[in-house]
Design a protein around this ligand. Sequence first.
Ligand code: PA5
Length: 321
Amino acid sequence: MKTAILNFSKQLAYQPVIEQKKNLNKKKQFIVLGMGGSHLAADLLQEVAPNLPLTIHSDYGLPAVSTTTLRDSLIIASSYSGNTEEVIDGFHEARKKKAALAVIAVGGKLIELAKKHRVPYIELPNTGIQPRSALGFSLVALLAFTGQTAIQKELKIVSQKLKPAAFKLAGKKVARFLQNRIPVIYTAEQYKSIAYNWKIKLNENTKIPAFYNCVPELNHNEMNGFDIVESTRHLSSSMSFVFLVDRTDLSKNKKRLQILKTLYEARGLPVLQVELNGKSVLEKALRSLLVADWASVYLADYYGIDPEPVPLVEEFKRLVG
Ligand code: PA5
């Protein structure tokens, strides 16, 4: 896992090849079918390109969209392993509905199906890393289908200056803060996918409970759960909060996070602010996720956990499939 983190920037320089490209039905709208680590790239793309008509579907079948939307969309079945049943189900459904289809995977059944049915596909490099660690490969591949040239260019520039090892120290600091605590990650709505990504790295790499939420929504409900009195103090006594803050953010959400920090600390809840740094949303996200990567693996070291495998996910897939 540490090697995968150190090699992350190289993923961003990957040049995907669309196989069976002549069958690619170009569209301006996109529906990504993906579970877990295989929809993280799409989540991030939604944040980086908020005007891109992109729907993410993490379930069986297809999302409930109008016939017109379905007709005008390219459905991208994304599964790192290529064997995730929800996504394969969506693939079949899309074929039944004669929708425009494309596939992203390292192999597995999805690539077999794509070859069989002449569906355009990108076969990701199989470097043996975990799906959640392959965010760079997935993002670059996704962009090859959505065609966001400005983001593709930016990614190349970021890949040259992003040095994963430089985030070790920041990750260590977070890991120390979170030792023996249940992490809760908060950020502003516009950075939702970053907070979600932090949470899943802690769940899957460190194998601990971790949660996330965003302002302003959480100010209307969740925070009230932390208005501790003596009889409820034990319920949140293991929780520590990481606030992902953007100093350059001009929105009112920045103020909300500041106020919330004061209110939580007054109630004895530990809060660590981690800054989102970078020239663009994309750079901020990638830098922050490297901090999360290191934090999650250092915390895994602390608990004596192997960050790589996810045996419970595998066991569950066996039982359900
Ligand atoms: O990170 C993981 O291992 C999981 O979240 C997987 O991504 C998820 O189970 C879906 O599998 P796949 O990415 O192979 O479609």
